[in-house]
Write a protein that binds this ligand. Structure first.
Ligand SMILES: *[C@@H]1O[C@H](CO)[C@@H](O)[C@H](O)[C@H]1NC(C)=O
Ligand SMILES: *[C@@H]1O[C@H](CO)[C@@H](O)[C@H](O)[C@H]1NC(C)=O
Ligand SMILES: *[C@@H]1O[C@H](CO)[C@@H](O)[C@H](O)[C@H]1NC(C)=O
Length: 332
């Protein structure tokens, strides 16, 4: 961002980052070395050798200790027929996330059926010195209203949106392209044929739902009524890996909250498959309002929902920004 070039702003950024990290240290008991603080003074100055072809990459050779401790590139973010097996610990944790039927369906059998309906071959685990994959992660905050970010968002290789996010009528501020749309059954929406549906499953029934929604349409209810059929390209459906899900919770959130929010899970997906991550539409608008950009109802706040530790997610997100791992676009 141009703004970082002005000394005053840089000072502000450094102070902001110091404050964030101090809060983090005191509230969450991270074990931190002194090099951690030293690193902080490098805010805004790319110093390390990049491991990708972008001007600034998420992975660099001279890695930040905090980031290095958390970031694990070898865990695939997506489920494929090769990695459906869950450890007993992961399975148990994942099963406990949402209330479920007394006898859940057989996981192995469901997964087998799933990969007869969807392809399961996209991995994105192809990072290297010649790749520069830019990604826009577009949240649903009202701070996008009047931002005119549309063209900037669309200029990224991947444009990742989530839940009910519409583009029609909001193109100037949110863009028109969507390469990936992240959702769960209860937040589903119809998609264009060239968009990847990325399902976050919270239970086996969610996997059964996507099979059904793409074929027979027999499942009409999970925890609540859901879309029986969904308009989406079967060949482009992707499934968020429960193993990766648990890694995000254990490592990045240190077990805070019941489970991570869709926004945070999406951000984590992006930093693991992209080389440059640009974040739009996260947080409140400048009036401090928490609402969706397509709604005018202030009562529909979505910040503190109980299940998520929004505060911890916010601090981790800010740290990623402080350390130049992601770029935050604050909107209006
Ligand atoms: C990263 O994840 C892999 C696969 O789960 C694991 O074997 C490895 O030990 C992890 N690496 C670190 C540094 O935690
Ligand atoms: C799954 O494993 C097989 C055999 O080991 C391999 O040929 C194939 O490329 C793998 N598929 C994915 C999506 O990793
Ligand atoms: C959607 O794309 C697939 C290829 O992924 C193609 O086979 C199919 O005909 C397309 N459907 C529509 C309605 O355009």
């Amino acid at each position: 961002m141009m703004i970082l070039k002005q000394p005053k702003s840089r000072l502000f950024t450094v102070l902001f980052c110091l404050t964030t990290i101090t809060i983090l240290l005191f509230s969450y008991n991270y074990s931190i070395t002194s090099s951690y603080f030293f690193k902080l003074w490098q805010v805004g100055t790319p110093v390390s050798k990049s491991l990708c072809a972008c001007s600034q990459c998420i992975s660099v050779e001279d890695e930040d200790p905090w980031f290095m401790e958390l970031f694990n590139k070898s865990i695939p973010p997506l489920m494929s027929p090769n990695n459906t097996m869950l450890s007993e610990k992961t399975y148990k944790w994942w099963q406990g996330l949402q209330t479920r039927r007394k006898t859940p369906a057989n996981y192995k059998e469901v997964v087998q059926r799933l990969f007869q309906v969807i392809p399961g071959e996209k991995h994105y685990m192809d990072s290297g010195p010649n790749r520069c994959r830019t990604c826009a992660v577009v949240g649903n905050s009202a701070n996008l209203k009047g931002s005119h970010y549309g063209a900037l968002i669309d200029s990224n290789d991947f444009v990742i949106r989530m839940n009910k996010a519409p583009t029609l009528g909001y193109e100037k501020d949110v863009g028109r392209r969507t390469t990936h749309h992240v959702m769960y059954p209860e937040s589903a929406t119809d998609l264009q044929n060239d968009t990847h549906l990325l399902l976050i499953p919270f239970k086996i029934l969610d996997l059964e739902w996507i099979i059904s929604a793409l074929t027979t349409g027999t499942i009409k209810r999970t925890r609540m009524p859901v879309m029986a059929k969904i308009k989406a390209n079967k060949n482009k459906v992707l499934i968020y890996s429960p193993t990766f899900f648990k890694y995000v919770y254990d490592f990045w959130l240190k077990g805070h909250g019941l489970y991570p929010s869709t926004g945070f899970l999406t951000l984590m997906f992006a930093i693991h498959i992209c080389d440059e991550v640009n974040v739009f539409g996260f947080g409140a608008d400048k009036g401090g309002n928490w609402q969706h950009y397509w709604e005018n109802n202030l009562l529909h706040g979505f910040h503190h929902t109980g299940q998520h530790d929004g505060n911890h997610e916010y601090i981790v997100t800010m740290l990623l920004a402080c350390k130049n791992k992601i770029k935050m676009f604050k909107g209006r």
